[in-house]
Design a binder for this molecule. Structure first.
Ligand SMILES: *Cc1c(COP(=O)(O)O)cnc(C)c1O
Length: 472
């Protein structure tokens, strides 16, 4: 008993000596002040990080550890804390998942022209709501209106914060307090709790469900039309498909029915594409076709298949759009100038360039087998340059979805590189790759780490090889 207490007392002494060895903040500050890379920071800020460094060292001593408590070591530790604090939470990462429109990874990377447009207005004032021709107040909606009219064939267009907001505005402006008819096959939930019945309710419209999950006929719609009907709503079943025993009326028939009763057909296209796409065994019709079929209003996202910034695009008949332009909700969901600039740049790619080449989303989705195989071989070669015995690097065939609720049935085939490192499980390697300043997000498949090369640039390939070299 006595011995134990004595032992504890000795331990406390050692502890106290170590604690006393931790330099005072003034002493640490003096060392920090001689560091060139800390010169530009306010003294009080540096003092804060030094205090934290000293506190962490004290805590380690209390836990029985033996940290280096030299002033130099503590200043270096404080510099690491400063570097961590300087790292934005929202930052670039490398997408090696192969999913092009990955909602969690920021959806569409921007085209070069889009980035130039954003950079151009980022640094100062802009023509956001100013008309330089007459020196009067202008409209932020005017900047992309003509391009969108050209690209969609619509009479008029309006751009808001995102497509969810676009649907909300359309329904509020055209159907508040009245009924909207929707097929039961289209009462979908899109990721992020966007549920068609809930959105309708929020907009103040009443949902009238017709048909069944797999089949809705023209007469189902017609029977539901009454004196309080405001519109027929079609919803793209973005992230799933109903296959087999299904049917729905032809678009032109549905439009003709609606127009017979003076009702608009509204379509939430979700992804929406400005050019017809046929990928991975599935086709996505272009927006232009919806107006040819007789639809009155369509809405779609800016950052899905279109490949621009977050935005919601509303296109259609001018008299309906003018009701939305006057609606008070518009002010609450207006698009910001950076998104607008990126959108304009991307639309210019469509009008003045070669979108399949210039717009990253389209380039990645339509990359050919030989392009992807070449990229995978390149990655393998770069990794192999730094390899050590026992490491497996293999080019494999891969399949991936398009993502972003676009082309749900499409399976895109491409290439990837599988890497296995001895003494490091796939999950451990995945986690190391993820927890970096520039995270590398991979797929883990059969206890291997897989780099799908579809979304990787030349620079990404180099970076991945370099990082693996450091880890291995
Ligand atoms: C993605 C999607 C939305 C939401 O679009 P955001 O631009 O993400 O707001 C709405 N409806 C459908 C059918 C979608 O696919």
């Amino acid at each position: 008993m006595f011995n134990i207490v004595e032992g504890a007392a000795n331990y406390m002494d050692a502890d106290n000596t170590k604690l006393r060895a931790i330099p005072a903040i003034d002493r640490l500050l003096a060392v920090a002040e001689s560091c060139d890379d800390l010169k530009h920071y306010p003294r009080e800020l540096i003092a804060g990080f030094l205090r934290k460094a000293a506190a962490d060292a004290r805590e380690q001593v209390r836990q029985g550890l033996d940290p280096d408590t030299s002033p130099e070591a503590l200043v270096t530790y404080a510099k690491d804390l400063l570097a961590q604090a300087s790292q934005p939470s929202l930052r670039r990462l490398i997408n090696a998942t192969g999913v092009v429109l990955h909602t969690n990874l920021g959806r569409a990377p921007l085209s070069k022209r889009a980035r130039v447009c954003v950079a151009g207005i980022m640094e100062g004032y802009s023509t956001l709501e100013y008309n330089v021709t007459n020196g009067q107040r202008g409209s932020r909606y005017a900047h992309v209106s003509e391009q969108l009219r050209k690209l969609t064939g619509a009479e008029d267009t309006l751009v808001v914060n995102n497509n969810a907001a676009a649907v909300m505005l359309v329904l509020s402006a055209l159907a508040k307090g009245r009924e909207v008819i929707v097929s039961r096959g289209e009462l979908v939930e899109i990721g992020g709790s966007f549920r068609v019945p809930d959105v309708l309710k929020q907009s103040g419209a009443t949902l009238v469900e017709v048909g069944t999950t797999n089949k809705t006929h023209l007469y189902d719609y017609e029977q539901a039309i009454g004196p309080n009907t405001a519109a027929i709503l079609k919803v793209h079943t973005s992230n799933y498909c109903i296959v087999g025993f299904t049917s729905k009326p032809a678009e032109s028939e549905l439009a003709a029915l609606a127009h017979k009763y003076n009702l608009p057909v509204i379509e939430d296209l979700g992804s929406g594409t400005l050019m017809p796409l046929a990928l991975g065994g599935q086709t996505e019709p272009a927006v232009t076709g919806r107006f040819a079929a007789g639809f009155d209003i369509v809405t779609f996202s800016g950052d899905k298949l279109l490949g621009a910034s977050q935005a919601g695009i509303i296109a259609g008949k001018a008299h309906y759009i003018s009701m939305m332009k006057k609606h008070p909700l518009l002010r609450a969901i207006r698009i910001d100038k950076l998104s607008l600039a990126a959108l304009e740049g991307t639309l210019m790619d469509y009008l003045l360039g070669n979108p399949v080449y210039d717009v990253p989303v389209l380039a990645m989705l339509s990359a050919s087998d030989s392009q992807l195989k070449e990229r995978a071989l390149k990655l393998k070669e770069l990794i192999a340059q730094h390899t050590r015995p026992g490491i497996t690097i293999e080019v494999v065939r891969v399949e991936s979805p398009a993502g972003g609720g676009a082309l749900p049935a499409a399976v895109l085939t491409g290439y990837g590189v599988v890497v296995a490192v001895p003494n490091l499980s796939a999950n451990q390697l995945e986690s190391r790759l993820r927890q970096r300043n520039v995270p590398i997000i991979v797929r883990v498949q059969d206890d291997n780490v897989l780099f799908d090369v579809r979304c990787l640039s030349e620079a990404d390939l180099e970076e991945i090889a370099q990082v693996l070299h450091n880890i291995m």
